[in-house]
Design a protein around this ligand. Sequence first.
Ligand code: GDP
Ligand code: MG
Length: 500
Amino acid sequence: MSIQIENKTRSFSKEEEGVFLSYVEKALALLLSKDYIDDQLKSSGAEVSVDVRLVGTDGIRKLNAQYREKDKVTDVLSFPILDMTDGKLNAKLMPYDFSIVEDKKFLPIGDVVICPEKAKKQAEEYGHSIEREMVFLAVHSLLHLLGFDHENGRDEDLMFGKQEEIMTEIGLPRSSDLPMTTADEDEHPVGEMLAHCGYCALVGRPNVGKSTLLNTISGMKLAIVSHKPQTTRNNIQAIYNRDDAQVIFVDTPGIHKPQSKLSEFMVDSSFRAAKGADVVVLMADGRFNKPANVEIRAAEMAKKLKKPLILAVNKADAVSKESLLPLIANYSKIAEFSDIVPISALKDDGVDELMDAIIRLLPSQPRYFPIEEVTDQSEREIAAELIREQILHYTNEEIPHGTAVEIDAFEEDFKEDAVDSYDRSLVKIHASIVCERDSHKSILLGKNGQMIKRIGTAARENIEKMTDCKVFLDLHVKVRKDWKNRQVFLDEFGYKKKED
Ligand code: GDP
Ligand code: MG
């Protein structure tokens, strides 16, 4: 059995973490000894492993938005990997359920994400210690990973009974004031003002200009813009605000055929983005006047999901007006578009008209996000994207898209007279570039380390524009063979399937 803790928040100290970890280890060991837990978990010869991540309120809100379509700060989230019900596996364990790391065999059962800030508040409310609240949440989440549930019409008492039993056995018996459920109340961070507000999924082939549009509308570098296809891998949200409207954009990777697991995930996430959206915008490239198969598929998808569909014909600056007419005629055959708007995302032409067309289709409701929010991505994630952008820029096709950037550390130094968290004097970032082959590593490093230096300098300059202070960027290159097809690594780099 092994538990890895990744503490991404400063509101939980190293000492607190140590105490917490020892309780959670005890709890998991106890759980695994219970007869209601499937024997396959006990006798597989692999170490059952769980990743525990501690995140801030922004982090957990983002995960909620991404995986549960809820704009909320919750105390805990569980991401089970195995298909289980009440401690028993619903299917036999398969070789791909296991992972081998440095010759050791692991059986990952899922991730637990806890927000210590939220837990602290709850502990205060209930008048017990933060440790107890944190352990309580962890045990609750471990039970979820093992297939127990208190929602979806399932037997609540069964789960809570087991939870109480474990808490007592590890020496944290329930007191009368301990919450029975993990509080999940709504926190409305945003004003009451009504607006046209909603989600817009931007779909389209790679390279048509989706990221460029997002950057134009948000006036900030968000998604990676690259002339090489498929550089946007996760759904990135840009938020467009106007006095009377808010549009939350979900940038999706191009829709295309699955190849490796990573591409499967990308297709999956386009679909998911469209499913959760109020409006779908299909972006086409004005230079090609026939719809591609994937665009036909995207139009079919919108129809199936009963979503209004707008056609944005991008790169209008690169073609003559007349040539748009046959294009519009051809595309009109594949769907009933609510609107067809020629634009130039690059030159900011027609973008206001496109926004009007989208906003007309959005429901009247309060804003989801505070006005000042441009993106729900953290600076850490944007920094990783900015590094990836430079890798793609400098290495041409030699480095395939199977390269990930991991931010290992993101530390801030503040000015002496700092009044808020943006008054920084320096941001220190340590990042790893993870590639699939030794040969890729040598390309990334370049002769005498020149390539990595160039990538680092360019990325650092862009990151400084975001942080508005000096940045120290330290880059390392790591090789992990075949990570694209290994779910563990996909998980590690945040390419996760939705839990449902
Ligand atoms: P994505 O894959 O759909 O996100 O496409 P990108 O936003 O990364 O853009 C791909 C390429 O098309 C980049 O080289 C952009 O500069 C270029 N591009 C995007 N929008 C326009 C536009 O309106 N006009 C022209 N001429 N080029 C554009
Ligand atoms: Mg893109």
